[in-house]
Design a protein around this ligand. Structure first.
Ligand code: UGA
Length: 432
């Protein structure tokens, strides 16, 4: 099939590359000329394990193309995926849909035969209705079908999530479009993915409700972790004990720092804005946002307790500063709150991240980026394990830590408290 992905961010690039790997002809379009030039050279704009190899392979075999020419790309394709950003608006919590609507206008001017136009970007309920209105004209009549096909991939696991999804959601009442998309996704369906066809509005809401629910699960276990710390219970026992109940499920029940990234914070706010328009109070999601906002303060209070209130002049090392492992993405990472707060209290921060220096911290003179784990942790008073990179999972602290009094605060519970105790290391986790 001939596909066109408009927007080469996470969703557009990963989906486009994977579709081309399944044998489709894909053009990935972006208005950023530099990005397109680089992609043609195999230079990937984001850190995502496995992506570079797939881009190079499919670009070389000619199934994957890159272009800045939206008109030409749309006219050559049968299925158009809109994958542009839907960030939070500057002055409100609503999603900014200007990029989506601008793309819809451009598509309108490039239609001369039947096209399926799909929103893969996360868009509020009824955005599909609006896109349909924008594209509907005398000359485009019956030449297009607007479908919602939300994406559920995670940064850092994007290729695996795309290739082995739990479900494919197609929101359309158009039988012809549904059949074409079922064929497009047949390689995933044959591997076990469930295919569901819903109304377009339902598909749009499934995406927001899923992200809001996952954010709720994380926030829930983070609050239970707070209680565990007071009563000397290990939160991991709780996660396992709860998760074994099939009605609950064990995933996304790992306690840790505040959830971050480009999706949960943005999408929880956007679904509330949508509900407000209909006078519906999504009180659970509202309290999730509030609790998550408070999470970094709770962990900072813990840091202060661990250092017995003496933060001034303490050397604090952060292992990992992105919002999660296997990504270079700093968006809404809890370190953006925690590190400035610690240096304001007089600490000196040293961090090591496998994805290198972060421009967000360059302006702080008391924040240094180390070149490796060894130099980052050597003289630290406190080592904070902030992200769960594999690189941090078997550190020989006894050997590497020069400051024998240093303390470890493992915000991802990577290490066993019992083993650390045996090694005589002053170790703290979350919720235990
Ligand atoms: C999330 C969803 O998981 C994807 O299904 C969705 O497609 C994507 O948003 C999106 O809307 O595009 P992502 O933000 O990439 O994916 O990353 P997650 O793995 O979901 O992690 C989000 C945050 O939750 C991170 O800060 C992570 O550390 C935290 N988290 C996750 C926990 O604290 N505990 C957990 O058990 C799981």
């Amino acid at each position: 099939m001939k596909l066109c992905m408009i927007g080469t961010g996470y969703v557009g690039l990963v989906s486009g590359v994977c579709f081309s790997d399944f044998g489709n002809d894909v053009i990935c379009v972006d208005r950023d000329l530099n990005k397109i030039k680089n992609l043609k050279k195999g230079i990937i704009p984001i850190y995502e394990p496995g992506l570079e190899e797939l881009v190079i392979k499919n670009y070389k075999n000619g199934r994957l193309k890159f272009s800045t020419d939206l008109k030409m790309s749309v006219s050559r394709s049968d299925i158009i995926f809109i994958c542009v950003g839907t960030p939070t608006k500057k002055k409100s919590n609503a999603a900014d849909l200007s990029q989506v609507y601008n793309v819809a206008k451009e598509i309108r001017n490039s239609i001369s035969k039947f096209k399926i136009i799909i929103t893969k970007s996360t868009v509020p309920v009824m955005t599909g209705d609006e896109i349909e209105k924008i594209i509907s004209q005398k000359k485009t009549k019956k030449l297009f079908s607007v479908v919602s096909n939300p994406e559920f991939l995670r940064e850092g696991e994007a290729i695996r999530d795309f290739s082995y999804p739990d479900r494919v959601v197609i929101g359309t009442a158009d039988r012809r479009a549904n059949q074409i998309l079922k064929n497009l996704y047949s390689p995933l369906i044959s591997k076990g993915a469930k295919y569901i066809n819903t109304s377009r509005r339902a598909a749009e809401l499934i995406k927001y409700a899923s992200n809001a629910f996952l954010a709720t699960k994380i926030t829930f276990i983070n609050e239970i972790a707070n209680l565990c710390e007071k009563i000397n219970v290990n939160v991991e026992d709780i996660s396992i004990g709860m998760g074994l109940d099939k009605r609950i499920g064990g995933r996304f029940l790992r306690a840790g720092p505040a959830y971050g990234g480009s999706c949960f914070p943005k999408d929880t706010k956007a679904i509330i804005t949508t509900a407000n328009q209909y006078d519906i109070n999504l009180s659970v999601i509202k309290s999730v946002i509030k609790s998550n906002k408070n999470r970094s303060s709770i962990l900072l209070k813990r840091v202060s307790e661990i250092l017995k209130g003496k933060i001034k002049n303490k050397k604090i090392c952060f292992l990992g500063v992105t919002f999660k492992a296997n990504t270079d993405d700093m968006r809404d990472s809890s370190t953006l709150l925690m590190i400035p707060s610690l240096i304001k209290k007089g600490a000196k921060v040293n961090y090591y991240d496998p994805t290198g220096l972060k421009r967000e911290f360059v302006k702080y003179k008391n924040v240094i980026c180390s070149k490796d784990i060894k130099s980052a942790i050597a003289e630290s008073d406190l080592i904070i394990i902030h992200t769960e990179w594999n690189d941090f999972k078997s550190i020989n602290f006894k050997l590497l830590v020069k400051n024998k009094k240093s303390i470890i605060f493992d915000m991802r519970n990577i290490y066993s408290s019992i083993k650390m105790k045996k090694l005589n290391i002053n170790y703290f986790g979350v919720g235990r």
